[in-house]
Write a protein that binds this ligand. Structure first.
Ligand code: FAD
Length: 443
């Protein structure tokens, strides 16, 4: 059959290679509107900061390499502009030649991702020093602007994980960094008492952190920022990082049904309201595994998982995507903050009853040098089922949240965390691991 894929990065590239592995004869064409396919979005901030030295190491695959290795037809600079879901035809604009043509399909996979939210803030039209970070060209522009204009002060708007990663990496370049966040806390996926530790860390690193404040207007061609509080900040450059929204234009215009936050509605087989059209990644609505409610969680793990599953489904292998747990992790200077499932705030908003415990054990045996506390928070229902967990600390946070994410996936109750036999030697843990401590405390 003829299978077309729109979007050549996380979800799209995964689907393409899996489709080929499962079937040698299918005609698989992948369209990517940009130049690059299969690049490492998640590494972009770290190349700006210099931690990832080689730009090329972000390019996981080239068009030629992937075409040869997997016998795929990959068309970059090729933007799909319309989909006719009744007749299974789409049109493509080749940005290099300006030519438009059509292609028919038996199956279509949409993996168009998300786009940065850029609100019509007054003054933005004349501000040439405003950027957001989504892809390689965005990264190149930011790097070039910093060098060319001998930038001193950068303001990051938004304290989600991309904003925080940008903040840290700009600091790595010895720039003066200010971070403006409208909420009373950074990292919305964790609760405020957990985020307080991040605030202390951010301040300690000399970042000017402004919480409970938002950007109201760009003044003097973006050289000054007027905030909602009336504060005026001087800035040489601004990074807008106030979140992303599903890249749904194509779907919307073709009559494909949208759901939560205008993400594409799909069933557990990742199928849209048109059975021959599938959608995956940041652009789709998923089920929150905690309560089955519709949500949109733009993260790399779900996009990769769905890319693989959709190829299985198209090849008749029984598979389904049950929902997203939202497990995530971020580095904020010396701290790691990670979470899985729902936060206390989310559970309260949904009216779900829960119990909560906090523990602060050492990352490993206190008598072995270098131990440091991990702040762990566990949320569980009245039936004991784990609903979410969060961790902040300098060491071993990712491991503990991953263990809890695994337990949660398989339906564990809070007290069962005491039963998990975890690896122990003094440099790594304690005979009662921090995860076990949560179980003992819940018991
Ligand atoms: P994408 O990987 O974004 O791919 C979509 C592609 O579709 C784009 O290349 C786009 O050009 C193309 N496209 C869109 N419309 C069309 C069209 N009409 N025609 C042709 N092509 C089109 N996630 C994590 O889990 N951990 C992290 O640490 C992390 N860090 C991140 C850091 C940054 C700076 C960014 C930007 C994202 C990060 N993410 C992270 C999110 C992660 O990258 C995404 O969740 C993931 O890439 C989503 O995959 P996708 O296939 O849905 O979309």
């Amino acid at each position: 059959q003829k299978i077309l894929i729109i979007g050549g990065v996380a979800g799209g590239a995964t689907a393409a290679t899996r489709l080929r592995r499962l079937n040698e004869d299918d005609n698989i064409i992948l369209f990517e509107k940009g130049e690059y396919i299969s690049f490492a979005n998640c590494g972009l901030p770290y190349h700006i900061g210099g931690e990832i030295k080689e730009r090329d190491s972000l390019l996981l695959q080239t068009v030629e390499g992937m075409e040869q290795q997997y016998a795929l037809d990959i068309r970059n600079f090729s933007e799909v502009t319309t989909i006719d879901p009744i007749n299974n035809i789409l049109s493509v604009l080749n940005h290099q030649t300006g030519e438009t043509y059509t292609e028919t399909f038996d199956k279509l996979i949409i993996s168009t991702g998300a786009k940065a939210i850029t609100p019509a803030i007054p003054g933005i039209e004349t501000a040439e020093n405003v950027f957001s970070l989504r892809n390689i060209p965005d990264m190149d522009l930011i790097k070039e602007y910093i060098t060319k204009h001998a930038i001193q002060t950068v303001t990051v708007i938004g304290g989600g994980f991309i904003g925080l990663e940008m903040m840290e990496n700009l600091k790595e370049l010895d720039l003066d960094v200010q971070l403006v966040e409208m909420a009373p806390q950074v990292m919305p996926n964790i609760d405020v008492e957990m985020a307080q530790q991040l605030h202390t860390q951010i301040n300690m690193h000399g970042v000017n952190l402004l919480l409970n404040d938002g950007l109201k207007e760009f003044k003097e061609n973006g050289k000054k920022l007027l905030l909602t509080s009336g504060t005026v900040l001087d800035t040489d450059m601004t990074i807008l990082s106030i979140g992303v929204t599903p890249e749904n234009t194509l779907a919307k215009e073709s009559g494909i049904e949208l759901g939560f936050k205008n993400a594409i509605k799909v069933n557990e087989q990742l199928q849209t309201n048109y059975p021959a059209i599938f959608a995956i990644g940041d652009v789709i609505e998923v089920k929150d595994v905690v309560d089955g409610s519709p949500t949109n969680i733009p993260l790399a793990w779900p996009a990769n998982r769905q890319g693989r599953l959709v190829a299985d489904i198209i090849n008749g292998i029984p598979a389904h995507y049950p929902g997203t747990q939202g497990t995530s992790v971020a580095k904020i200077f010396e701290l790691t903050a990670a979470s899985t499932g729902n936060s206390e705030r989310m559970l309260k908003n949904k009216g779900i009853d829960f119990q909560v415990i906090h523990v602060h054990p050492n990352s490993h045996a206190g008598y072995y040098p270098g131990a440091s506390p991990i702040h762990l928070k566990l949320l569980f229902g009245n039936d004991g089922k784990i609903l979410g967990a969060q961790g902040v600390g300098t060491k071993g946070v990712d491991k503990r949240i991953d263990v809890i994410a695994t337990a949660m996936k398989f339906g564990a109750t809070a007290d069962q965390l005491a039963e998990i036999e975890l690896a122990y030697a003094p440099p790594y843990s304690s005979a009662k691991d921090p995860v076990n401590m949560l179980g003992y405390t819940a018991d």
